[in-house]
Ligand binder design. Sequence first.
Ligand code: NAD
Length: 724
Amino acid sequence: MPNLTLARGEDGIAVITWDMPGRSMNVMNDASLGEFAAAVDGALSDSETEGVVVTSGKPAFIAGADLEWLEALMASGETEDMRIRSLFDRFMDLHHLFRRIETAKKPFVAAINGTALGGGFEICLACHRRIATEDPRALLGLPEAKVGLFPGIGGTQRYLRMLGALEALPLLLEGTYLSPAQALARGLVDEVAPTAELVARAKDWIRAAPAEALVKPWDKPGFIIPGADPRTLAGVQAFSAANAMQRAKTYGNYPALDAIQSVVYRGMLVPIDTALRIETEAFVRLTLDPRARNMVRTQFINLQQANKLARRPAAVARKRFSRIDVLGAGLMGSGIAHVAARAGIDVVLLDVNAEAAERGLDHIRRQQQTAVDRGRIPEAEARAIVARVQPVADYERLAGAELVIEAVFENREVKAEVTRRAEAVLRSEAVFASNTSTLPITGLAQASARPERFIGLHFFSPVERMPLVEIIRGERTGEEALAWSMDFVRQIGKTPIVVNDSRGFYTSRVFGTYTREAVLMLAEGVRPALIENGGKSAGMPMAPLALSDEVAISLIHQVAVQTAKDLGDKYRPTAADRLIAEMVERQNRPGRRAGKGFYDYPADGPKRLWPGLSGLAPEAATQPSLDDVKTRYLAIQALEAARCLEENVVTDPADADVGALLGWGFAPWTGGPLSYIDMLGTGPFVELCDRLAQQHGARFLPNPMLRDLARRGAAIYSERRTAA
Ligand code: NAD
């Protein structure tokens, strides 16, 4: 079955239609690009073809490069030199193909009937005209930077030449998605139209295409790139400012971003064909950088695997829910009800009384109203979403439920009571899930009469925005409860990772080491500003003390107290526990919501570190370097993730890394905590941890699994993958 078709009509206009069999989206790989090249060259050499329309037979145009193909290309060839050569040749071939389109004497028009991203949009940029669907849901743009790469088939150079460096750079650096209307406003598409009219409009344009429109501005003599000229002082200043701004945000952790700036700058000084060569050289160099490779592996390949439910029990039939029930209409319960309703699922939302349940519905109503006000959703659709949620206070209303998610107070007794009351009316096959953030599932399941249908579904706040759900198997959780839970998570468009029961599960357990390390540093007398900067320069999305304030210091304290109670004599309080207790119990600084935590939150200005911190722990005479602080944060989290792998809390490194990036934003440039260990090498990582253990304590001592891998010179990923 071909991936695309070429059909020439009576009018002499050929239509190339991408429609890859067996896939929901068209992607660029060896097979599809080979056929595209043959179709383009066929149309060019056919004297009866007057012009060409490129379009797609699927709802989306082309989703971009098939990153599995790209990953295979990156790994092909026996030596690094061979890899470099083969990648370089492959991309130069694509440049030549796109240049044949661009410099053809026959008009090429992209009829962009839906989402066109990355390489898919780069094809469009090479055409003489772009006519896009007016559907606001179509996404256009070059998002490669989001997965650690940059556009490698001319995107950097065509954006630059169409928009000028200062407009192109932010779009390239942030990998911005544009709606068709936004792309039109920027001149990246020439026309928008109803989807059904695109091909006809493209043909109309071809019939009347002026010869002048077949020569791109940059192929005309005397072309000057719009905007700042790097040969002038103003241009140099603008570039330096953009560079400084980007570094301030990313701390130089992302090689793709440096490469984008470099190819844009150098591309300005040379003609397009030389510029494309520069782009390819930089692209090939980037693909050899382990940071870029790790980002692609986690953010794309393994994320896709997780979304395809690679670890779902295969024997259980797929489940689609038309209704779910949520207990507790507070912050989390109403968020869960909201995302389910948005996915077209009816929701029964129960709380202690009608007013409390109604408050949960109000939350949903308000959010939908904001979406309507911002033009993101038609009013009728918003009303339909709100109407799917039924606020109730009566447990009888749960009868007939297939999946119940409880999000009541984080208290064992309250949770046990709602479990019993719900189960009294539930059908025997209903799955009961707890959204607890800290209480082990096996323990909570003791309140259940059918622990094989009891499971943890750990959502993150705010539910509407956070993409991950951590699914926790209790000791007795059965396969069907697991499979149904995974199906539900996908049905609401989120990514599941499956973990085994453990205190803090996987995400909270590892994430907790980040903020704890910061508090330990505070207790050692490390300067608070250094503690905060170290976190940000490590690539964490928020500085650790600021984050503790957001989470609430009082909550961190409460979890520590509960853990101490649960573990009894086995619990060893740390300097961090003492400092946290001091903050909450004696200093009365519970966190952001109270306006008092590690920071002060003045009404008339930005937050600032609380000066009283120096009274809690006097500043040490010698301070660590920024790099030392950064390394401590990354190492302690990576080590805890490795312990989770050894203890079977997570069973696959891919889940650990995907969960870390999506769950708490662990330094994305590393590809995740376990990819970080592999990037350093297990040997050097173990040495680093031994040194840190000597300096800072036994919590840094590497676990046996890591020592064993290090001794054998093996990597985590090559040893511990259980699924492709
Ligand atoms: P919340 O206080 O906002 O909401 C709890 C709701 O449960 C309230 O509306 C309360 O009236 C209701 N409730 C209490 N007892 C009930 C009962 N017997 N029957 C029915 N409803 C009852 O709390 P939250 O932040 O939404 O947290 C809920 C759960 O989610 C907790 O287990 C928490 O640990 C977990 N969680 C919270 C977060 C977070 O960031 N807030 C993140 C992940 C998980």
